[in-house]
Ligand binder design. Structure first.
Ligand code: G16
Length: 544
């Protein structure tokens, strides 16, 4: 096989963010841009002679072109084989499963997750290691270092384009590309974990389900699992045909962007259970009839009731949450007598804990929930957890959550996002808070007294690696808190995230809408951060 070495120049902006490199499609379309990053990944790896690479993406614009390039570069860089999802499709959790099930060397996932797709929108690429999880920081730092000094990349230019539409094997000079069914391995895994018979009975008894794939990758997975295997009526699915630009929408399952589903869930014919997933299928939103479940509560509730799910019938080894996620799951862990870990934002921080057997369930406020069945968060898994719990208890979504609050108290929670803020004022907000680190403790703002302020730092309990600068925390004497950090997944300007949390055992307070219950804390967060004054933004873009 002819292997060409192509001279190239470094790009300065290939630093992976919270979850891989995410940029506008047009940035990736620049000559050599994608090639440089892929070579920078391969240069960090010691690739053995029999190494297999898993490749797949969320079906967004530029997915198929990028896959052809990656196949040619994998061949030139010494991989023996590439496993690729049919039509280039693998949801992120399905890719993680393929890496683990077929013990491949690692995988490349093409996705910008919940960000919009299309020629003027976003694309992304990330590397997952052989445990199926996103590469840890030491690898992403090495990839970035390589990208800054790259001088050439290797490619097999004569390898023919692979027909991604047909399942099968193509061989060339000993190098193999296998196009695999994107759905069946994942659907089998789900069927092995949950009580499908009970969920089937629950559906057959007349309970209703609505799932919104937001025109993104979970469409074919939902068809197979909910309709083909669980017997849900076909109209239980909406927006389930994968489109390269996600129907022109923003495939982010929250109350703002999943508005088609929210209208149904809060409408006159509201189903018993509604859910949505994002661009690459790792996020989830859970709704009951006229009722929204925060991701933090969802994690706590799944943990509290996990024994009702066959895969977790023997209990949990421990749980973990990202720092900005509410402390609801901590209370469940305390009651169960298991450990609860607090990590920085980013699923990659859960990998070591899961590999070491220290945690079974993990979750993040950013609509991510998952377990050690793969090493990514998993949208459809979370949906199946809820369906299994509804079937096993006979309760409604709302009654399950309200009973949980009665038992554990409620961590009233909300996140306010200020999207596409110019970088300078966003940095100014962070600086303004940091400048007050010494003076804030003890200060009184209305009914809130500041206890401590810090910039969250994490030492991994398994490999002792340290991650600094993971978010500013303002902790109040009463146990409430405000966390402010800049998103690491946006592609335009900065997104400021403000996380607000207050704990209450008062049944009357528990009934309040979160925005009402948190109103004073929101005002206090503005006073301390000066966010409205420094950014000119008076309202968040998205409230969840
Ligand atoms: C990624 C990460 C998550 C993280 C989320 C939000 O999710 O995998 O762990 O919580 O980004 O990060 P940020 O607040 O920095 O935008 P996804 O679904 O975008 O891959």
């Amino acid at each position: 096989m002819l292997i060409q070495t192509v001279a190239t120049q470094p790009f300065a902006d290939q630093k992976p963010g919270t979850s891989g490199l995410r940029k506008k499609v047009r940035v990736f379309q620049q000559a050599h841009y994608l090639h440089n990053f892929v070579q920078s990944i391969f240069d960090t790896l010691q690739i053995p002679a029999d190494a297999i690479l898993t490749v797949g993406g969320d079906g967004r614009f530029y997915n198929k072109e990028a896959i052809q390039v990656i196949i040619k570069m994998a061949a030139a860089n010494g991989f023996a084989k590439v496993l690729v999802g049919q039509n280039g499709i693998l949801s992120t959790p399905a890719a993680s499963n393929i890496i683990r099930k077929y013990t491949t060397f690692g995988g490349i996932i093409l996705s910008a997750s919940h960000n919009p797709g299309g020629p003027d929108d976003d694309f992304g690429i990330k590397y997952n290691t052989s445990n199926g999880g996103p590469a840890p920081e030491k690898i992403t730092d090495a990839i970035f270092a390589n990208s800054k000094q790259i001088s050439h990349y290797k490619i097999a230019p004569e390898l023919p384009e692979v027909d991604l539409s047909a399942v099968g094997i193509t061989t060339l000079d000993g190098f193999e590309v296998e196009v695999i069914d994107s759905v069946s391995d994942y659907a089998d895994l789900m069927q092995s974990m949950f009580d499908f018979a009970a969920i089937k009975r629950w559906l057959a008894a007349g309970h209703s389900l609505k799932f919104d794939a937001m025109h993104a990758v979970t469409g074919p997975y939902a068809q197979e699992i909910f309709v083909n295997r669980l017997g849900a009526p076909p109209d239980s699915l909406m927006n389930c045909v994968v489109s390269e630009n996600f129907g022109g929408g923003h495939p982010d399952p929250n109350l703002t962007y999943a508005e088609d589903l929210v209208k149904v869930a809060y409408g006159p014919q509201a189903p018993d259970f509604s859910a949505a997933s994002d661009g690459d299928g790792d996020r989830n939103m859970i709704l009951g009839s006229h009722f929204f479940v925060t991701p933090s509560d969802s994690l706590a509730l799944i943990a509290a009731n996990a024994r009702l799910i066959p895969a977790y019938a023997s209990g949990l080894s421990g749980v973990a949450r990202s720092m900005p996620t509410s402390g609801a799951v901590d209370r469940v862990a305390a009651k169960l007598g298991i450990d609860c870990y607090e990590t920085p934002t980013g699923w990659k921080f859960f990998g070591n804990l899961m590999d070491a057997g220290k945690v079974t369930l993990c979750g993040e406020e950013s609509f991510g929930t998952g377990s050690d069945h793969v090493r990514e968060k998993d949208g459809l898994w979370a949906v199946l957890c809820w369906l299994n719990l509804l079937a096993a208890t006979g309760e409604s979504v709302e009654s399950l959550v309200r009973k949980h609050w009665q038992q554990y108290g409620r961590n009233v929670y909300s996140r306010h996002d200020y999207e596409t803020v110019p970088t300078a004022p966003a940095q100014a907000v962070m600086q303004h808070i940091k400048q007050q680190f010494a003076s804030l403790p003890g200060q009184v703002f209305g009914s809130y007294t500041v206890n401590t302020v810090d910039d969250f730092s994490y030492t991994d309990p398994i490999d002792a690696s340290v991650s600094n600068g993971q978010g500013l925390r303002i902790l109040f004497v009463c146990g409430s808190r405000v966390v402010i950090r800049l998103s690491g997944t946006g592609t335009e300007g900065a997104t400021i995230r403000v996380y607000l949390e207050a704990y209450t055992e008062d049944p009357a307070q528990q009934q309040l809408d979160a925005q009402d219950a948190l109103a004073e804390l929101i005002t206090v967060s503005h006073q301390i951060s000066q966010l409205p004054q420094l950014t000119g933004r008076l309202q968040p873009t998205v409230i969840t």
